[in-house]
Design a protein around this ligand. Structure first.
Ligand code: PLP
Length: 404
């Protein structure tokens, strides 16, 4: 009789977004005349920019002709895209990353979930708290996290690094030394970031303690402050301790198109073993390459036209973020984030729990956000709003919240 991977059974149900969906559905059914505005899920709403659409059309036409048709893509990505990534994301920032250190994929969710495969089951992970849930869940599936405590909502073998207003949302070095450290900067869900000097501290810590940093920079395009690093490789020594994951979802609206990449430097070694070679082996075995058409669309993101159009798109979302942040602050809320990321992280008023505030906002303002406690125990008492809605909807939601 076969056995299943029983680690899957340890996972608590996907409570957060399914509970939100159920509550919103019940509210809408009971109040058909009170339309809700959704600022909950981190999905984009603006269409793909013309430079990307044109590249997609051109690539589709190429596929219609035997002389330009492409079959399987190279496992690790087409050179035209890997070169454009290096040129615009790394060379311009003096990061010294080469094209053969870039692994093109279908997005940051798969890469951040899959990367743990190349590490031993005994490795101990550390995550910021609150955190993007994929990091912990994928390690649970691999049997690395111990047992779940539903009271504290924590796993016995995971090191949690609280990020709250008390420490300025900057994780502190944990008492127990981890093997794998997940950092997401700018952060989902708190919308906050760290300075280059603070990140350098983490790189030094990882190198000193023989740990590896999994650096998720999915929101890099939203950075507006000059001292916030765009890549972990801006820090000295990062190439010997860090893997960086990037996405085209939020900088170019590719959530439904699917494209991302992971950087594994050749200098990153565990003893004599190259993690670059391991990831190449893993990628080559389990992944058959991102579609040609999509990689051409990704290339268009880096053209002069594409960059200008996407700068405007990011500015559109950040205008929402700025308006929500300012409006809620003026209305007396304690508000964080929204400067280097499209997320607003607010302290719930009058010590309300995250879920109580969710219900309050849904019922009184008909606005949907995300309870902070859904991202980890230190998210309790906080609430996330996204800036990814349309400007009109965002302003309407803001007005509704302000009059409460
Ligand atoms: N990493 C973080 C921190 C995210 O917030 C998200 C999406 O919300 C992802 C990764 C997923 O990115 P992708 O769409 O490229 O899979």
């Amino acid at each position: 009789m076969y056995q299943i991977n029983s680690n899957y059974q340890k996972l608590p149900g996907s409570y957060l977004f399914s509970t939100i969906a159920k509550k919103v559905a019940a509210f809408t059914e009971a109040n058909p005349d009170r339309p809700v505005i959704r600022l909950g899920i981190g999905d984009v709403t603006q269409p793909l920019v013309p430079a990307v659409i044109n590249a997609l059309h051109r690539a589709v036409d190429e596929m219609a002709d035997a002389s330009s048709f492409r079959g399987y893509a190279p496992d690790l990505g087409y050179d035209f895209l890997r070169n454009a990534i290096v040129e615009h994301d790394y060379k311009s920032r003096g990061c010294g990353i080469s094209a053969d250190e870039i692994f093109v994929s279908d997005g940051a969710k798969s890469d951040s979930g899959n990367i743990q495969e190349i590490f031993s089951k005994d490795c101990k992970i550390a995550v910021t708290d609150p955190v993007y849930p994929v990091y912990v869940d994928s390690n649970v599936m691999a049997g690395r996290c111990g047992e779940y405590n539903s009271q504290t909502q924590t796993w016995s073998r995971v090191i949690y690094m609280p990020c709250t207003r008390e420490n300025g949302f900057v994780p502190e070095f944990p008492k127990e030394t981890p093997d794998i450290i997940y950092l997401c900067i700018p952060n989902n869900p708190t919308g906050t970031a760290v300075t280059k000097a603070q990140l350098q501290g983490w790189v030094d810590y990882a190198n000193k303690n023989g740990a590896v940093i999994i650096y998720d920079a999915a929101y890099e395009a939203y950075i507006s402050e000059p001292d916030v690093p765009h890549s972990v490789y801006e820090c000295d020594g990062a190439k010997t301790c860090a893997i960086e994951i990037r996405s085209f979802s939020k900088n170019a609206g590719f959530t439904g198109v699917r494209l991302g990449f992971t950087v594994v430097p050749k200098e990153l070694k565990c003893g004599q073993v190259s993690l670059h070679d391991m990831w190449a082996r893993r990628h080559g075995t389990k992944y058959n390459g991102a579609p040609y058409i999509i990689q051409r669309a990704g290339e268009a993101v880096y053209t002069e036209e594409g960059r200008a159009q996407l700068k405007a798109q990011v500015a559109y979302y950040m205008k929402n973020a700025g308006a929500v942040k300012e409006g809620l602050s003026k209305a007396g809320y304690e508000v964080y984030g929204g400067v280097n990321a499209p997320y607003i992280w607010l302290k719930t008023p009058e010590k309300m729990s995250s879920w109580d505030f969710f219900d309050y906002l849904l019922e009184q303002a008909n606005v949907v956000g995300t309870p902070g406690s859904g991202f980890g125990p230190s998210g309790e008492g906080y609430f996330r709003l996204t800036a990814f809605g349309s400007y009109e909807n965002t302003m309407a939601a803001l007005e509704r919240i302000k009059v409460l």
